[in-house]
Design a protein around this ligand. Structure first.
Ligand SMILES: [Zn+2]
Length: 59
């Protein structure tokens, strides 16, 4: 993921596991790894701010 202000590749500041669909037996349970991205460009107003997240399905 790139920062939309400066176009520099963002880095992953943290990641967490997210589970969806485990409340009901009718829905398939899905597990995602949610990645949080931060801008690493010190010149950018987004520096060290979270610029987005991305979910990667792992199950
Ligand atoms: Zn930036």
């Amino acid at each position: 993921m790139k920062c939309e202000l400066c176009g520099v590749d963002a880095f992953i500041s943290k990641s967490e596991m997210v589970v969806e669909g485990d409340e009901s037996p009718d829905t398939q349970t899905k597990i995602f790894q949610r990645l949080h991205f931060q801008c690493r460009n010190k010149e950018c107003t987004n520096f060290e701010k979270e610029i987005g997240t991305k979910d990667i399905q792992v199950y």
